[in-house]
Design a protein around this ligand. Sequence first.
Ligand code: FAD
Ligand code: FES
Length: 298
Amino acid sequence: METENSQKAFRSTRTALADSGSGSGSVSTEGASDCARSRFLPSRRSATVCSVEMLCDGVYSLELSDRYMAHHAHAGQFANLYLHDTARILPRPLGIASVKGDVVRFIFAVVGEGTRQLSQARIGDSIDVLGPLGNGFSLKKEGRYLLVGGGLGVPPLVRAAQEIRQLEGALSTAVFGYRAEHFADNIVGEFSDSTLSIDESEGNVINLLNKWVEDAESTGPGVRAAMDDVEILSCGPHPMMMAVAQWAKERGLRAQLSLEARMGCGFGTCVACVTPTRDGLKKVCIDGPVFTVEQLGW
Ligand SMILES: Cc1cc2nc3c(=O)[nH]c(=O)nc-3n(C[C@H](O)[C@H](O)[C@H](O)COP(=O)(O)OP(=O)(O)OC[C@H]3O[C@@H](n4cnc5c(N)ncnc54)[C@H](O)[C@@H]3O)c2cc1C
Ligand code: FES
């Protein structure tokens, strides 16, 4: 059964890439969602390091100059970063955290040798990149977005806040949970309309979401109408996102979740990253990483 599903997934990738022209087509720039769902596969290329900054113990911001990615990256998409270390040929996938001009920012934790090497990059170094990759968040509609992030799930939500700021009539509230230091509050605060955050000594994001509802209800009638407009975008540890999905379902709210999976290629050929969905196994790298709660059947 596993082999059969893997073959199906492999065939669907080949079809998807063939549909796109597999690298020779053009990318629509007509809005986040269309572009985020493009199957265009850009080529691997060299990007220049513009800055490396330690945000808190073990967590880094890395800025790379890459015109193509900066002009095409949408919230929820990621990039493959390749190491110079020939003993480590697999890329390290990182979510795109923000974009300024031709510069793309990543935020990552040092968890192993690959991310340790990335944290030691110096300004002017070159790093091979491939991206943007994957299907990002769908941000077509106006309304209020709750950006619910946990730990190193926050980078794609920073980019979401940045894009939502450009949408007329849309507002974002960042709801971030950290292990200890609130390392991304200032960064997301540049783009979000409000920011709520909590660390493990204080509680979790569900506590924050409940408080957000209480505060909204205390502002008077019309809350139900306002709640109808709310959409949740979430990224973080699996148990947190399961809890967020449940919270959203209980209130009848839409939710899009960005999953993480061990990846090989990052663009649909190795089948290392499959996840179960209502429509069978899907590849997190090209069918996701963003899925709706309904797609996942959570
Ligand atoms: C779509 C996506 C977006 C991500 N975005 C971010 C981000 O914005 N910030 C961040 O800090 N981390 C992010 N991660 C996790 C990040 O890719 C891993 O922490 C990183 O690859 C670890 O590499 P390493 O060599 O330091 O660790 P090692 O454990 O030595 O890595 C060994 C191998 O396992 C893979 N691997 C290890 N942990 C993970 C993981 N959690 N997910 C996927 N592959 C893993 C590595 O790529 C490598 O191939 C993301 C993962 C995915 C799939
Ligand atoms: S198919 Fe290779 S990582 Fe998804």
